[in-house]
Design a binder for this molecule. Sequence first.
Ligand SMILES: Nc1ncnc2c1ncn2[C@@H]1O[C@H](COP(=O)(O)OP(=O)(O)OP(=O)(O)O)[C@@H](O)[C@H]1O
Ligand SMILES: [Mg+2]
Length: 324
Amino acid sequence: MTRVLGIETSCDETGVAVVENGHNVLVNEVASQVAIHAPFGGVVPEIASRHHTECISQLTRLALDAAGGTIDAIAATCGPGLTGSLLVGMNFGKALSYAWGVPFVPVHHIEGHIYSAFLGPDPPEFPLLALIVSGGHTCLIWCPEPHVYEIIGTTRDDAVGECFDKVARLLGLPYPGGPSIQKAAEGGNPRALDFPRAMAKGDSLEFSYSGLKTAVLYALKKDPPPVPDVAASFQYAAMDILLIKTKLAIQKTGAARLLLAGGVAANKHLRERLASELDVPVSMPPFSLCIDNGAMIAAAGASRLARGMVGDLRAGVFASLPLS
Ligand SMILES: Nc1ncnc2c1ncn2[C@@H]1O[C@H](COP(=O)(O)OP(=O)(O)OP(=O)(O)O)[C@@H](O)[C@H]1O
Ligand SMILES: [Mg+2]
C-alpha cells in the first residue's frame, strides 16, 4: 500500500491530493482561481502565485485529514507552467519531504495529465497513443512504455483549449471558454457554418488552430449568426480536426489503445465522438480529473516512485520543459 501526496500549482488551480497504489484517489482538493482571473479574461501570473501561497497549507491540511494515515512520498509539478506558481508547490512539497523524511518526485505537468487516465479501477496498459488537449497543449504522443514519450504531432500555433478560450471571448461568453462554448453549443446547429479544418488533408500529424479562430472572427463581422450556431459549428470543426489526426496517428503507430487527457478532455462532444468513431478502446479520466489537479500528479509520482525515478531537494522549476 503506497500513498503519494500530489501537489499541482502550475497555473491557476491549487491542487492537493492523496492517491493510494497509483490509481485510487483518497482525496482530491482543488482551489480554483477561475473567478479571480475571470475579469481579466486570462490568468494573471502574480495574482496566481499569491493565491497559491495563501491556500496551499490549508488545502494540504484538509487533504491529510481526509486521507488519514501516513504518506510515503511527495510529488509536485516542476514544469512547464508559470514560474512563480510552480515555485509555491515545489517548495512546499520539498519542505514536507524534508520534514517527513520521504522521497520527493518532481513531475512534468503533461505526464500528470496522462496519468489522470490511470485514476480508476481499470488503468490502461502500455503501449498506447495519448491525445493531450489542454489550455497550452495539443499533441499526439506515442507511449511505448511507462515514462517514455515520443511526440508525433503537435500544434504549430494555438492549442485547442486556447482556441476555445479565444473564441468564447469573441462570442462574449465567460472564461474559461471550453465549458461556456460547450453549453452554448447545446442549442445550436453544428452544420450552420462551415469552418475550416486546418491541415486536415495529407500525412502530417501537426495541428493548427489560429486559422479557425480567425474564421470565427470573420463570420461574426458579417451578418452575425446566432451564438449557439457559431458555438456548435466551431466546436464541431475543432473536434473534427482532433478526430482526423487521431485516426491517422492510430493508423501510423498501430496503437491498440487511445488515452485522452487534458482540460479539453472534459468536452462531452469530443468524448462521445472518440468513443463511437474509433476502432480502438479509449481511456479517459472522469470529468472532475480533466482540469489540473493534484491526483494526476500523485498518480504519475507513484509510477515514478515504483521505478526508482525519484528526485531530490535540488530539483528546480521550469517554465518550459520538454516531455521527452
Ligand atoms: N468542456 C470543455 N470543452 C472544451 N474545452 C474545455 C472544457 N473544459 C475545459 N476546457 C478547456 O481546458 C483548458 C484548461 O485545461 P488545463 O487546465 O489542462 O489547461 P492548462 O493547465 O492551463 O494548460 P496545460 O495543461 O497545457 O499546461 C481551457 O482552455 C478550457 O477552456
Ligand atoms: Mg493542465
